[in-house]
Design a protein around this ligand. Structure first.
Ligand code: ZN
Ligand code: ZN
Length: 283
């Protein structure tokens, strides 16, 4: 079976243009923003743009699409105004995904800003419950991304994700994304087959592999356990080719889409190079 591979792709010129770009580059999986990711809100998606997006995807080889939410959203913000705004914006993101038929909304859990980890995790689950209640029967899955744990960011331990999932009411609406650079910076090693197995077994025990629906494939500019989030080209960072070889050849992960979030220019030619490297690692 061919693995679903691709990269975060620009929507400059409208969401449907991402499909054109991805097709041209031969991707079978993509991640997009459904609006400017540095803004809280955007005008609603145009009806024509929505049908164009769906039509183009249907006629394409793209089998997996995930949307990444706005970088401003913090589902456990200490400031109540920001928390309210984040919850509204998160619901808006879910609505945009649902309108476009995108099955996953990827998001970072949030930063507790001094409230403490326990309290932060509780507020995140509350935020998700509120969002789900306001989007009854939506098909889009809320996909939590593991983080590097910069500052007071939560989600750098598998236990954090497990605790959030535990407190979310509609568990069937939840999924998880592993960002390789993030978990490596958080202290989970992937490099030798021994430590790789240990990391993935821990993930399975604490979160469950059935919850894992996506990989962000990024090498790390920073060392193991640095808690600093800096993405590097595949094989050029501290994870190195061995770590990615472990993932690409893990039988349990063949069906999980793998998406690059590595540095790139407008033409995304770097993505082609990184994907070529990932494919070359398959034994
Ligand atoms: Zn992310
Ligand atoms: Zn990521």
């Amino acid at each position: 079976m061919k693995q679903l591979l691709g990269a975060h792709t620009s929507i400059s010129g409208g969401v449907s243009t991402a499909i054109d770009r991805a097709e041209k580059l031969g991707f079978t999986a993509i991640q997009i923003f459904t609006k400017n990711n540095n803004r809280w809100f955007a005008k609603p998606l145009d009806k024509n743009e929505i049908s164009l997006f769906k039509e183009k995807q249907r006629d394409s080889n793209i089998r997996f699409i995930v949307s990444h939410d706005s970088y401003l959203i913090n589902l456990c913000a200490k400031d109540k105004t920001i928390l309210e705004k984040s919850r509204k914006a998160f619901i808006d993101e879910l609505e945009r995904c649902e309108a476009l038929g995108i099955p996953y909304l990827n998001f970072h859990p949030g930063s507790h800003g001094g409230q403490g980890e326990k309290e932060g995790l509780k507020i995140i689950a509350e935020s998700i419950n509120i969002a789900h209640a306001k989007t009854k029967n939506f098909k889009v899955s809320s996909m939590i991304e593991l983080t590097a744990g910069q500052g007071t960011a939560l989600g750098y331990k598998f236990e954090h994700i497990a605790e959030i999932l535990e407190n979310v009411e509609e568990k069937n609406r939840m999924s998880v994304c592993i960002d390789t650079a993030h978990i490596f910076a958080a202290g989970y090693d992937l490099r030798s087959s021994k430590v790789y197995k240990k990391t993935m077994n821990e993930f399975d025990e604490i979160i469950g592999l059935d919850k894992l629906h996506c990989f962000h494939m990024n090498d790390s500019k920073k060392e193991l356990g640095s808690r600093v989030d800096r993405h590097e080209h595949i094989g050029k960072g501290f994870i190195g080719l061995d770590g990615f070889r472990n993932i690409m050849n893990d039988k349990r992960l063949i069906k999980i889409p793998k998406i690059l979030e590595t540095p790139k220019g407008k033409e995304q030619l770097e993505d082609l190079e990184n994907l070529k490297i990932l494919r070359s690692l398959i034994k």
